[in-house]
Design a protein. Sequence first.
Length: 337
Amino acid sequence: MASKKVSSRRNVETAAPLEFVQLDGLVALKIVKHCQEEGAGTSEVAQGVLLGLVVENRLEVTNCFPFPRHSDDEDLDEMEYQMEMMRHLRQVNIDHLHVGWYQSTYYGGFLNKALLDSQYSYQSSIEESVVLIYDPLRTTRGFLSIKAFRLTPTAMQLYKEGDFTPDVIRAAKLSFETLFEEIRVVIKNSHLCNALLSELSEMITEEKGNQYLDLGTSVGIIKNVRTLMDCVDELSQEVNKVVNHQRQVGKQQQAKQQYIQKKAQENASRVARGEPALPDEDLNKLFRPIPPPGRLESILYCGQIGSYCQQVSQFSTQALGKLFVAGALQTGKPPQS
């Protein structure tokens, strides 16, 4: 899990809500390179630190560095490592202010408790911090997938209180759609870089340009559907917990009513015999309220299901578009002699 706790330095003059994240092209390439090298051939998550500053209503990310890869047996102080890296960057006059962190994901499976804990820790100490999510597998399929997220104020308040019971969530009107807020990401390059990219695009041969009509997107769709099915199974287990809780509450209420009726009959018999009635007892001590299950996991699963459905829709749209274009090209192709 990503480390946290860097002193808050939110500028009062820049307290306006963030409208977009301005990401330097070099930072995007660093993130792509790190995630591809760290998770090459594996499903390990790569994480790192984002550096930059807040200017008016935008968050400018001008540099980054990765977290070191280590095992549980190694004695590594991640906090000390971050401070040492930022100290070295400041010595060479590079932006060293902490503005968030980034993490890789595979097929969009990033909404979980670990991400929520890390982002809450960052956002509690650094108000403007964001988390960038990069999906290398989607990028290889034609989608440059870099998204920025922040916890909403409602989610921050509920997470601070640590109460995710159904009544509290209903009163706060919190759902998977209002748990995180997505912030627009804009990649900015210098004019020289833009000129170089334009020149390189003209140098691409026609044969290499045919890869844009690659129809091999079925693997991504199949993988997304499988992960979607797994997530739906997890959500059904959470629903079973709620159903079991309702069943237990119903049994307890039934036992409570039977106890009240039995005591009323016994008091009536004692009064008929001229004996004093039994004193009233606290029913909450005899029948302790059953605590409801937390709904945080259910909200995360719902958000993850929504993310998977969105990706399946995007993959399918792209695949259908390529299919029609390829079919039109094949139709207009002259017959071979």
